[in-house]
Design a protein around this ligand. Sequence first.
Ligand code: 5GP
Length: 133
Amino acid sequence: MSSIFSKIVKGEIPSYKVAETEDFFAFLDINPLAQGHTLVIPKKEVDYVFDLDEETYTGLWTFAKKVGKAVESVVPCKRIGITVIGLEVPHTHIHIIPINSIYDMDFKRDKLKFSAQEFHSVANKISKAYNKL
Ligand code: 5GP
């Protein structure tokens, strides 16, 4: 069975897309810790990041760097925090989170709520910034 993220890549489940290449996809986290909290995934469905083949693994991090720079240019923050957890969705993903302090990376915190319009607007801005890099 396809993972929820594979369904997002195929457009079977809606998402706020930020960027896409032949092998990778980036979209806003639906329960964000910060505005612009983005998930970066390989289209190839592999649960655990260390089980990715070498080319996909390095390609994923290169893609994440570009997406992270785009997020950073749109959302005011001290820097981008990145983390891989993967306990909820069994499809490798890197969290890209604009942060101002260590507490902004605390996944136990209440998640932020944004309207569809707000999600859409920030995704568009990040997407435009990504396309200029
Ligand atoms: P993890 O597997 O790293 O613990 O967390 C999975 C992340 O995926 C969570 O931050 C959660 O909010 C996000 N997530 C789960 N389901 C969906 C979904 O259907 N759409 C989007 N955009 N994000 C999701």
